[in-house]
Ligand binder design. Structure first.
Ligand SMILES: Cc1ncc(COP(=O)(O)O)c(C=O)c1O
Length: 381
């Protein structure tokens, strides 16, 4: 796959800013901002806002989310957050007394809280796969699964270290004991292929404001066909049959619209966020997942290589996602490292004992040089 040239011109990022923090929050591209602004402006003149707009924009986004995920759009629900999607998963998967839910250590808090609460109510337990010494999360999760496992819930790419799970293998281990598979793709979607058809998950969630490059408060839930008749988190009007017929909404309809639409959040037609998210997906699809992985992989490989003499260790390339570095330093991270780097115009995160460096197509050679120079300065090298 071709390595893409820098696309920095598509964003409004000052030259003196080197932004390596997509895992925290992607910046919105100019086109995405324009689409959102036009959508917001439309609400200033509601007499021009045709009732069809309650449906056309969200159906287009459903289609685009499906295309970015690599799954059928009928299974996509529009949700405000990964947490909301996880609430649909916990409400619809069976879990009994004495069974367990497997999660990786240091999983994102909203998944942990959701499953802890569900497990408490069911008399089930949480089994946490410990962080693997060798970075192999797939093996760690497989080892935690037993005959009592009812659900395995994991990120595809671990938000702290960038470790990647082999979903095909994990799916086999999960299905071997008849457990459900729930995936959080927030840190992997658009770059690493989950191969939904092959791993056949039950529920998939992804926040939209990181690797989907979209606005805050809009993301996706994908629901396997076997759960599309399940119980939604809310009982909204718009997800019912014939909801487009506004004049007859009081002819209350119990039946839901087909696919996973019943799981859409109330006011999912958001006239500003939906077109912005759609514009971001269109850009992502234009670049293509394989080219993104290749391009971001080349950037992180260079950073890992140049950071090694500074005492930094990354996971080996076959165990980490191409777009994601969680660098550990001999002797730990100095206090205030993130603030010191930010003062030099370099933006990264610290998660646990790792410096998280997550580039995107706006990062070019000058940004990598700025990062390396600032890091050397901050570490006193
Ligand atoms: C793995 C993962 N899941 C979910 C989220 C965000 O969750 P929510 O959309 O519920 O705010 C994050 C944010 O950092 C994350 O890293």
């Amino acid at each position: 796959m071709p390595v893409l040239p820098s696309q920095r011109h598509l964003w409004d990022i000052p030259r003196e800013i080197a932004y390596f923090n997509c895992a925290y929050m992607s910046p919105l591209a100019r086109e995405v901002v324009a689409a959102g602004a036009a959508g917001l402006a439309a609400k200033a003149r509601p007499w021009e806002l045709a009732p069809e707009r309650f449906f056309t924009g969200s159906e287009e986004l459903r289609r685009l989310y499906g295309a970015v995920l690599g799954a059928d759009a009928e299974g996509v629900a529009l949700v405000p957050s990964a947490s909301y999607g996880m609430a649909a998963a916990t409400a619809n998967l069976p879990l009994g007394r004495g069974q367990n839910v497997v999660l990786p250590a240091e999983e994102f808090p909203s998944s942990v809280h959701a499953w802890r609460k569900r497990a408490r109510a069911a008399g089930a337990e949480i089994r946490t796969a410990p962080r693997p010494e060798d970075g192999d999360w797939t093996r760690a999760l497989e080892a935690a699964i037993d005959a009592r496992t009812a659900v395995v819930c994991t990120s595809h790419v671990h938000w702290v270290c960038g470790g990647v799970v082999d979903l095909a293998r994990l799916s086999r281990a999960t299905k071997a004991v008849g457990a459900a598979l729930v995936l959080d793709l927030t840190q992997s979607i658009s770059v690493v292929d989950p191969d939904v058809a092959a791993c056949d998950p039950d529920f998939v969630v992804a926040a939209g404001y990181k690797w989907l490059m979209g606005p805050y408060s809009l993301g996706l839930l994908w629901v396997a066909p076997r759960h599309r008749g399940g119980a939604p988190v809310e009982e909204g009007w718009i997800v019912r049959e014939a909801s487009h017929d506004f004049a007859r909404l009081v002819d209350y309809r119990e039946e839901y619209l087909p696919g996973a639409r019943r799981f859409d959040v109330g006011e999912r037609s958001n006239f500003a966020l939906v077109p912005a998210a759609a514009a971001a997906c269109t850009q992502l699809l234009g670049w293509g997942r394989a080219s993104l992985a290749e391009t971001l992989g080349a950037i992180t490989a260079e950073i890992a290589e140049r950071a090694r003499p500074l005492g930094a260790q990354a996971l080996p390339p076959h165990l980490r996602a191409p777009h994601y570095l969680g660098l550990r330093f001999e002797g730990g991270l100095p206090e205030g490292l993130v603030a010191r780097l930010a003062a030099d115009g370099v933006h990264v995160s610290v998660r646990g004992d790792r410096l998280r460096v997550t580039p995107h197509l706006y990062d070019d050679a000058a940004d990598v040089d700025r990062l390396m120079a600032a890091l050397a300065r901050a570490l006193g090298r």
